[in-house]
Design a protein around this ligand. Structure first.
Ligand code: NAD
Length: 347
């Protein structure tokens, strides 16, 4: 069994750890926490071994009485791979330690692209990541854009993309971030970094993006125009999206939902752990085709969980335990219970 350590047990790390416990070919060896807070206590209570980065943190754990399994350095000597889910920029500081121990590392989108040998989305470039030591799973917004673009590009020829990204201001637990009463140009000078980040995976693509941060914590929402080289119909596009993994069509009228708040409630009512929505939600009624070549649509992105399946696939690619991207996606999605097709109407 392949052993994986998760370093950084926050929004992304705890979800990746949860997902790893549901895979049959990967096993969660433990997680690394700095403070003996509620999430360390809950991790221990759920049977997860908690490691700490250094002696100082070890003392804090011992003083607080929260059980600690050992030091990060010891754990790295016993695992095959690490998922680094520390805050943006911190992962790079750990890279030397991962190299020292000869473990494969999966980094997150908050790290600069050059931390890894490849920026990754399994629908776009799984084979490029095979056997690599360092893989970067791109950010939540970039993952959403790539899922859509690569799914369309599989059946049609994408020529260029223009997108407006309405970003959540903070994650639900982040009490020190905002805005709380503003629409922030993010940034004022175009383009935003999202399109640039897409090009780390698809360097050939003509893409420009603008972004605004708004006072919400639930999801991001994108308005996208995809220009194709050939003529298509609306039905063609809907059929492709319906059959694409990790994308779910949301029928606003049929479900009686037309906002991220209502969509989040549907997901909670479905009984998803933590209210997570791994799928990219494409609002079906928004899908519009103009003159055959311009596809417009609106999509919503649960920022806290969308990259979780991608992290699992990145491990399979790095460790070469699955050579075929489609098979890895299928294994991950079955284990995590992703739905495809139409939300609440799919099998
Ligand atoms: P977070 O702040 O929720 O979690 C980071 C965790 O790492 C915290 O528990 C923190 O205590 C811990 N940590 C900090 N310094 C550490 C250190 N030196 N050693 C070990 N642990 C340390 O952050 P997050 O939102 O989970 O983001 C992690 C990464 O994922 C970032 O690169 C971010 O850009 C990316 N990401 C975040 C989101 C999102 O919406 N939250 C979505 C996609 C990608």
């Amino acid at each position: 069994m392949i052993k994986v350590l998760v370093n950084g047990y926050g929004t992304i790390g705890k979800r990746v750890a949860w997902a790893l416990r549901r895979q049959s070919d990967l096993t969660l060896y433990g997680v690394v926490k700095r403070r003996p807070d509620y999430s360390a206590i809950l991790a221990v209570k759920s049977g997860i071994d908690v490691y700490v980065p250094g002696e100082e943190e070890l003392r804090a754990f011992e003083e607080s009485g929260v059980r600690v399994a050992g030091l990060l350095d010891d754990a790295l000597g016993r695992v095959d791979a690490v998922v680094d889910a520390t805050p943006g920029g911190v992962g790079r500081k750990y890279k030397g330690l991962y190299v020292k121990h000869g473990v494969k590392a999966v980094f997150q989108g908050g790290e600069a692209p050059d931390v890894a040998q490849v920026s990754f989305n399994p629908l776009c470039n799984y084979s490029e990541a095979l056997g690599k030591d360092f893989i970067r799973v791109v950010s939540c917004n970039t993952t959403a854009l790539l899922r859509l673009i690569c799914s369309l590009n599989r059946y049609f020829t994408v020529d260029r993309v223009r997108a407006v990204i309405v970003r959540r201001g903070a994650d639900p637990k982040e009490v020190r971030r905002g805005p709380i009463n503003a629409i922030v140009l993010n940034p004022p000078k175009l383009p935003s970094h999202h399109g640039v980040d897409v090009k780390t995976v698809l360097p050939w693509l003509d893409i420009q993006t603008a972004a605004f941060a708004v006072p919400t914590t639930l999801m991001h929402t994108h308005f996208i125009q995809v220009f194709l080289k050939e003529g298509v119909t609306r039905e063609d596009v809907v059929r492709v999206l319906e059959g694409s993994p990790r994308i779910v069509l949301v029928g606003a009228e049929a479900l009686g939902v037309s906002s991220t708040a209502e969509l989040a409630e549907v997901i909670r009512d479905m009984g998803r752990a933590r209210g997570d929505m791994y799928e990219l939600a494409v609002w079906e009624e928004s899908v519009t085709v103009i003159d055959g070549r311009e596809v417009m649509l609106t999509q919503s992105v649960h920022q806290e969980s969308i990259v979780v399946p991608e992290n699992v696939d990145a491990l399979r690619a790095a460790l070469s335990i699955e050579k075929d991207g489609e098979r890895s996606i299928n294994i991950t999605d079955t284990a995590l219970g992703l739905v495809g097709g139409w939300l609440l109407w799919s099998s």
